[in-house]
Write a protein that binds this ligand. Sequence first.
Ligand code: MF3
Ligand code: CO
Length: 287
Amino acid sequence: MKKPGRNDLCWCGSGKKYKKCHMEQDARLFEYEKEGFTIPSFDLIKTPEQIEGVRKSGIVTNEILDIVAERIKEGVTTNEIDDWVREHTAKRGAIAAPLNYFGYPKSVCTSINDVICHGIPDNTVLKSGDIINIDVSTILDGYYSDASRMFIIGEASENAVKLVEETKKAMYIGIDAVKPYGSLNAVGTAIENYCNKLGYSVVRDLGGHGVGLKFHEEPHVDHFAKDGKGVLLLPGMVFTVEPMINEGDYKCITLDDDWTVLTKDGSLSAQWEHTIVVTENGTEILV
Ligand code: MF3
Ligand code: CO
């Protein structure tokens, strides 16, 4: 981080001199930097208007997940789920962020059983016993939101149901570890400690991410334990917490479609995702 001069214009765009604006507040940050934290780029700190934009986008994402929750059942194809997502997104004047994202061919990700993430909707028919992650990402008025939930189709095995429930708990444990002026590394440490005790493993190759003005922004959010102070969490940062938890080994393979990520050992995988904002007192879930 480069320190502006006292009489330079403040980095925040207020038009005020630095000394009359963020200088004092930033002095605190230089202390954190000395302690070993990585100070995030200031443009990751969203304004209240931007946060409101993500929140509104999140309302559409949540509506879509609610529609999926109402309709999903045995016999439905993942292509039908893609239709529901596309139709509701259009109805709300929004854009499905996945469609054409680096060539991704559909409007939603549908990841069944041993698929960790980025499953592409197709003619696969959902059957009783499946567990499936539905990952919805919406752009509304230029603002991105990202959330996912697991669904259990019909009667699933006890261990599958447990994995789904514990992964949801792990996500909330990760979110609870987010503290203003705390470390981003606390998220992964909390999640991995919880999951390892259950004999599960945390996927390492994929993580959460900043979100809001783009689909994937800094910082990258690892869901496993890491040493060091890591990225300093500042009020106004918006990012996802979206642990992918495997019943077996954490290792992944990617199919020839270049998207579908599966567990290497064929074990079940679950994922839940929220988009959150760091506040002065803790966090708020935006969607
Ligand atoms: N929604 C995913 C995430 O949580 C990203 C999907 S990228 C896509 O980060 F292209 F597959 F949609
Ligand atoms: Co995400």
